[in-house]
Design a protein around this ligand. Structure first.
Ligand SMILES: [Zn+2]
Length: 224
């Protein structure tokens, strides 16, 4: 078995959410059903232990309303849980990084409700900036302020998803300051021997059938 972290964004129907960074609910259902039938273990980023955690991990960046409403019941049907990455300064508002297709982000009540059901809420920085474009002080502030706002709501963020997948060595220092051990990047491959603070994730898109997902897990990483 491998260690695979999938990265989803919106989980909505095409007429509402389009195709860009969206995965239809029935698609997510087919993915979860497949991994459950194949008896993959499900883990959350906060539980990641280097060299020990094998299985499948479902992550959802930005905490869009469509993901927070649609993904948990699908995952729970198969006994799975997911991790949702929150931008605290924009909770209950709309995304500022999607241009003309800005979409609503879940409110605190919805987020706390899924947290209470066992899903993880993580740090997606205070304002969704490119961390690697900031100096160390700026990165610390983005991570600490986000964690503090989550903590005010009773959530201890144990993991961070770097916006746009961007990070550098100073991000690692900033993570230590914010006491976050697990960092999620993007990487088009399963987890190998990376440290917990920069784990690669496979982005899942609208057209990713189970077969395409298996291609992304097993075949694509071996191509030159
Ligand atoms: Zn994001």
């Amino acid at each position: 078995m491998k260690t695979v972290i999938l990265c989803y964004h919106k989980i909505g129907f095409e007429p509402d959410e389009g195709r860009f960074l969206n995965c239809a609910p029935e698609r997510l259902d087919s993915h979860a059903r497949f991994f459950q039938q194949k008896k993959w273990q499900n883990f959350l980023p906060r539980d990641f232990q280097r060299g020990r955690t094998e299985g499948i991990c479902f992550t959802f960046d930005d905490a869009y309303v469509s993901a927070v409403q649609n993904a948990p019941p699908i995952l729970e049907k198969y006994g799975f849980f997911g991790a949702f990455y929150v931008v605290p300064s924009l909770v209950g508002m709309t995304s500022t990084w999607d241009g003309e297709i800005a979409r609503p982000l879940a409110g605190w009540d919805e987020l706390l409700a899924i947290s209470g059901r066992g899903h993880e809420l993580g740090n997606h920085t205070l304002s969704h900036l490119h961390l690697d474009a900031l100096d160390l002080a700026g990165q610390r502030q983005e991570l600490l302020d986000a964690s503090n706002q989550l903590r005010e709501r009773g959530i201890e963020a144990k993991s961070v998803a770097f916006p746009y997948g961007g990070f550098n060595t100073e991000s690692m220092v900033a993570m230590e300051t914010a006491e976050i051990r697990v960092g999620l990047a993007l990487g088009k491959r399963p987890v190998g021997d990376e440290l917990a603070n920069c784990l690669p994730r496979i982005v899942v898109g609208y057209s990713d059938s189970v077969a395409k997902l298996l291609y992304k897990i097993y075949i694509r990483p071996k191509l030159p």
